[in-house]
Design a protein around this ligand. Structure first.
Ligand SMILES: Nc1ncnc2c1ncn2[C@@H]1O[C@H](COP(=O)(O)OP(=O)(O)O)[C@@H](O)[C@H]1O
Ligand SMILES: [Mg+2]
Length: 418
């Protein structure tokens, strides 16, 4: 069959790389894709906002299955529109994607179905937020302020004192840094612990976690610097123990399925659960309605089952009978970013050394190809991903290749997996 993958990041490159190994797939299309994806798929430049044009393209090219990478098309209802046209698409409908699209909705969902999470209050007006902050005591800090709507991973502010809390409130509700996403906000309790990402497949009735992954969000070593889209990952996550896994299944996954049943939500797709492990207790920070990036890069390299088979079992509702095989070998993904990321950065730097990489797999995020040469075209540029008999060996292999690839302003963490 011919398929389409929507999106342009390392996540989409990794998914396409894996789907390309399926013997049931003939042609892969990618909207809009990136430099690296051009080697595996036909990239087509259609705006991700233009769902009608994407549907027209799918019909004209007899594409049998569409896979959605990023959250925005899901939250805007691309799946509902495809289904109306009887076109097969992988991802939750609007009613499910709202778990990512509205943090307030998802907090209320968690509370209603007894899913452990930080205590929160909803703030609908600036003045009410200000009064709330005025009445807090010194020992109530830190607190966490979150824009309700999508904010490209930038709408969460951790305030350590009253000044920072008011400053955060101002950014969200006064200067409206995140536009209508900050019309309503959440103020929640700060959870102290270790973060873990759990990416699950869900067919509406069954929810199956994929292998655990640890991600590194901060720009620099030792978790210093600003939050980014992610500077690296490794899998399996050494902090995600069997004991934690048991608790996650009992207190979180089972209750999510109960919630879907009670609310009448038919959730088919990926459910990404951001967790904080607080003194051995898993608590949900947030839900995402899609694969994580760069988590997906470290996972696809370890996945042995045909990804198309998994996607079809989600769509057919047979996930309970589906086996998922993984390589025993740990994987590591190191992101090479442009100097300055996650703030301002330059684009258009020539990338050298890619042809010398033998032991790792390189997934492209922000790259473009001109006259068969690759150039940087984004904040996160490449993900270098490797497997090893041990985590230490995987780290060694990946960092050898990280040093071979070169472009002006190359910036990366040297402590991924350590
Ligand atoms: N209640 C909390 N306690 C401590 N840290 C938090 C809390 N909520 C969010 N964070 C931190 O902020 C990051 C972003 O928050 P998250 O809810 O995942 O929103 P988003 O990914 O949409 O920005 C988290 O990965 C975590 O590091
Ligand atoms: Mg998050």
């Amino acid at each position: 069959m011919d398929i389409l993958v929507i999106g342009s990041g390392g996540r989409e490159h990794a998914l396409i790389w894996k789907l390309n190994q399926s013997n049931k797939i003939e042609n892969i299309y990618s909207i809009p894709g990136n430099g690296g994806i051009t080697n595996l798929a036909e990239t087509v430049n259609i705006s991700l906002d233009n769902h009608e044009k994407i549907i027209k393209f799918v019909k004209e090219n007899n594409i049998e299955l569409t896979i959605v990478g990023p959250e925005l098309p899901l939250v805007k209802g691309i799946v509902d529109k495809f289904q109306k046209e009887n076109l097969k698409i992988f991802g939750p409908k609007k009613e499910g994607a709202i778990l990512e699209g509205s943090k307030l909705y998802s907090k209320n969902f968690m509370e209603k179905y007894n899913i452990p999470t930080a205590k929160h209050i909803e703030i609908k007006e600036y003045n009410i937020g200000l009064n709330y902050i005025e009445e807090l005591n010194l020992e109530d800090y830190p607190i966490v302020l979150k824009a309700d709507g999508l904010a490209a991973g930038k709408g969460v502010i951790i305030a350590r004192d009253k000044n920072e809390a008011i400053e955060g409130l101002d950014r969200l509700m006064k200067s409206k840094d995140f536009g209508s996403s900050g019309e309503k906000i959440i103020i929640e309790e700060y959870l102290d612990g270790i973060e873990a990402s759990l990416i699950c497949l869900c067919d509406g009735k069954t929810i199956v976690p994929l292998e655990s992954v640890k991600d590194y969000k901060k720009a620099f070593n030792n978790d210093l610097g600003l939050n980014t889209g992610g500077m690296g990952t490794y899998s399996p996550n050494k902090y995600y123990t069997e004991e934690i896994d048991d608790k996650v299944r009992q207190k979180i996954l089972d209750n999510i399925i109960k919630g879907f049943e009670k609310e009448g939500i038919e959730y088919k797709g990926v459910l990404f659960i951001g967790l904080m492990l607080e003194e051995g207790e898993p608590k949900v920070l947030e839900f995402n309605a899609r694969f994580g990036d760069p988590e997906t890069q470290a996972l696809m390299i370890r996945l042995e089952t045909d990804l198309l088979e998994l996607i079809e079992s989600v769509l057919e509702g047979t996930l309970d009978k589906q086996e998922i095989k993984w390589s025993d070998k740990p994987s590591v993904c190191v992101i090479l970013a442009s100097e300055g990321y996650p703030l301002g950065y330059e684009k258009g730097k020539k990338i050298n050394g890619l042809e010398c990489i033998e032991n790792s797999t390189v997934f492209h995020s922000g790259t473009k190809i001109t006259n068969n040469k690759f150039y940087t075209n984004g904040g996160r540029v490449l993900g270098v991903v490797g497997l090893g008999d041990t985590l230490e060996k995987a780290i060694e292999t990946v960092y050898e290749d990280v040093r071979i690839i070169d472009f002006e302003g190359k910036q990366y963490r040297t402590d991924i997996g350590m």
